[in-house]
Every structure is written in structure tokens, then in C-alpha cells.
Design a protein. Structure first.
Ligand code: 5GP
Ligand code: MG
Length: 194
């Protein structure tokens, strides 16, 4: 299957990804300039690609301690189930800590809201949020996101960590996927498209 059979258009190019990550890294560094330690919580799987690039760019292992949690509201399809599951549970005492929650995309806002509230219950000094992408929609859950990379249209997109049924995460760009690809049972392999 050729690339043009799968994607409608490239929504974010590789160059845009690189420059946006640099931009967020600079803002995050500036915001936490006077902080001693920041616990960065990355939401698997989608945000891992962005977070890897972000922390490579920030280049401050002493200050930023990175950990991962699994939070999912899509459960493999293309529409939110309205339910967010999180693992592992937060057992640690977070009193006084500065937390930065990182996700790939702010869509309905349900994931970020749920996760942010769970962290706030553990008594940290501060909780900030960072997403690489924000969908241009009226979010069901309005949240104040502290760091946003780029705005994207209201389409189902894949690439740079975002998947459709665990595919296309490795694409170096972000593209919207054609509806008939979503609905057809036959899924092309990554090697067919890149
Ligand atoms: P929310 O809870 O904001 O509705 O959705 C958050 C999660 O849904 C994101 O972390 C992401 O994993 C997934 N998601 C939302 N929109 C898209 C999309 O357009 N494409 C893909 N692949 N995942 C999405
Ligand atoms: Mg996610």
C-alpha cells in the first residue's frame, strides 16, 4: 500500500517537530530555572517519543527525573471510550515535589485531567502539564496546559508516538489517516508506507 493510500496529508513535518521540541525545551528550562528537582511523568506509550527528544534537548539529568505511567482512554480504537485507566498506582509520597506531567496530545482532556487530579491528591508543591499537540476542538474537559507544542486539526492523526492499533508510532512526521484505512480490516505494515 502506498503512502498516499494511507494518509490524507502531513499535518506536522519532521522539521516542525524538531523546532517545536527545541522551543518547548527552552520554555521548560526557563520555567524551572530555580527548581532543584522536577519529577517528569511521561504518559506511555504516545508521549515517549516526544519526551525522549525533549529531555535530550533539555540535557539536565540532575534536575529532571523522568518516570513513566500508562494512561489510556482510547484503548486501541480511534474514539475515546471516556474511561481512563492508569498504571501503576501512585503509592509514593509526593509532598513538596514539583511534578511535570507530559502527554502526546490534548484531545478531550479526560486523560490529562484525571492524571493531574490523581497527582494533586498526593500533596505535591506544584503540578504542571505539557503536551506536544493540542487538537483544535472544544475540549470536553477544559484544563490549563502549561506547555503546548503545536495545534493540530480535529482529525485522527498518527506518527511521532501516536498510533493506530500500535502502528505508525515510528513515523518521523505526523499525518492524518484516511477513514477507509481505519475501517478496512487490512492494515499496511510500516515498511509499506515509509
Ligand atoms: P484525551 O483523554 O485528551 O481525549 O486523549 C488523550 C489520549 O488519546 C492521547 O494521549 C492519545 O494517546 C490519544 N489520542 C487522542 N487523539 C488522538 C489522535 O488523533 N491520534 C492518536 N493516535 N491518538 C490520539
Ligand atoms: Mg496517550
Amino acid at each position: 500500500m502506498a503512502k498516499h493510500d494511507i494518509f490524507n496529508e502531513i499535518v506536522v513535518s519532521q522539521q516542525q517537530i524538531v523546532s517545536s521540541v527545541k522551543d518547548i525545551a527552552w520554555k521548560v528550562k526557563k520555567t524551572y530555572a530555580n527548581s532543584e528537582k522536577v519529577l517528569a511523568v511521561v504518559m506511555l506509550m504516545g508521549a515517549k517519543w516526544f519526551a525522549d527528544d525533549l529531555f535530550r534537548q533539555i540535557d539536565d539529568d540532575e534536575k529532571f527525573q523522568v518516570c513513566y505511567i500508562r494512561a489510556n482512554s482510547y484503548q486501541g480504537g480511534t474514539e475515546s471510550t471516556g474511561r481512563v485507566t492508569i498504571s501503576p498506582d501512585i503509592k509514593e509520597n509526593l509532598t513538596g515535589k514539583e511534578i511535570l506531567i507530559i502527554d502526546d496530545i490534548y484531545d478531550s482532556g479526560l486523560t490529562l485531567k484525571t492524571v493531574t487530579e490523581l497527582f494533586k491528591e498526593k500533596g505535591p508543591a506544584d503540578v504542571k502539564t505539557c503536551v506536544f499537540l493540542e487538537k483544535q476542538i472544544e475540549h470536553k474537559e477544559q484544563i490549563n496546559v502549561d506547555f503546548v507544542g503545536l495545534n493540530v486539526p480535529d482529525e485522527f492523526i498518527v506518527g511521532y508516538g501516536l498510533d493506530y492499533k500500535q502502528m505508525y508510532r515510528e513515523l518521523p512526521f505526523i499525518a492524518s489517516i484516511k477513514k477507509d484505512v481505519i475501517h478496512s480490516g487490512e492494515l499496511p505494515c510500516l515498511e509499506d508506507v515509509i
